[in-house]
Write a protein that binds this ligand. Structure first.
Ligand SMILES: [Fe+2]
Length: 276
């Protein structure tokens, strides 16, 4: 397994491994260690189908819960991130987020398998939130450590949310609902569940407030924080290739989609890895 660093703080390209092989415990441990170190792993030249994607997800920790997507036909745990060539709906997942951070136990990671990759555009951006926290001044770190964030899926998946009842013409099988109104708190600076590293666990997609703080004050703080979290020096811009599988550490990076491929179809298959 060869590892080539890609971004300034996170992201690595992995070659020399076939993920459709029966992976032994030592190899899985090596992948997990690289994953926690580089946060985003891009495995090139993989010929994986949905069976292989499911096997790898199980080996990495089992399936996470996916509350607002319907799976693809015949599968329980594989969803399609899909955009048709002529689709007019707003781009999916264009704002920064950590997947399903509003759950009590958010997934530890997400796997995305390239099925159909447009010749241009469609990069995925990742922002390293351990690096973003580490670079803050000490007094700011102390203040942020004292705060508890309120997470909710409401802005995206409630009936009146971005992907709710008024979202028409979308090819993805999104399943909005009233349960998106639920809230869940997490420390704003959340120790990484496996490494203990301090990570900024916040986005404007899923954080709707801060405990004990007026909403307007909280949103101002969260907006300013997000600008810091997504500074250029923390970002790895991932360019997709056919036959590529990407796994990211959902506890330590934010990610978002980008467009730029109008007129081309794009499809990736996605699983989440359960919390450790
Ligand atoms: Fe996502």
């Amino acid at each position: 397994m060869e590892i080539e660093r890609l971004g300034r703080t996170c992201g690595a390209r992995i070659t020399g491994i076939d993920l459709t092989d029966d992976l032994d415990t030592a190899t899985i441990a090596q992948i997990r260690a690289s994953w926690l170190k580089h946060r985003v792993l891009a495995f090139a030249d993989q010929r994986m189908d949905d069976d292989a994607l499911e096997r790898l997800t199980l080996a990495m920790g089992g399936f996470g819960e996916d509350p607002f997507f319907d799976p693809i036909e015949g599968r329980k745990n594989v969803a399609a991130i899909l955009r048709e060539a002529d689709e007019q709906s707003p781009l999916f997942a264009e704002s920064w987020h950590s997947d399903w951070s509003f759950l009590r136990k958010p997934p530890s990671g997400t796997c995305l398998l390239a099925v159909e990759i447009p010749p241009i555009g469609g990069d995925t951006l990742f922002a390293d939130q351990a690096a973003a926290f580490a670079a803050l001044p000490n007094d700011r770190k102390d203040y942020l450590r004292s705060l508890t964030a309120i997470h909710s899926a409401q802005r995206g998946y409630a009936p009146d949310g971005l992907y709710g009842d008024n979202d028409k013409g979308r090819s993805m099988a999104i399943r909005p609902g009233k349960d998106a109104l639920a809230t869940q708190t997490h420390p704003l600076i959340r120790p990484h569940p496996e490494t203990g590293e301090e990570v900024i666990f916040s986005s404007l997609s899923y954080v709707v407030g801060i405990e004990g703080m007026e909403e307007i004050e909280a949103l101002t703080l969260l907006s300013e924080l997000l600008e810091w979290q997504t500074r250029e020096e923390f970002i790895y811009r991932h360019q997709w290739e056919p036959n590529m599988l990407v796994i990211w550490d959902n506890s330590s990076v934010l990610h978002r989609a980008t467009g730029g491929y109008d007129g081309h179809r794009r499809e990736l298959h996605r699983t989440t890895i359960a919390a450790a």
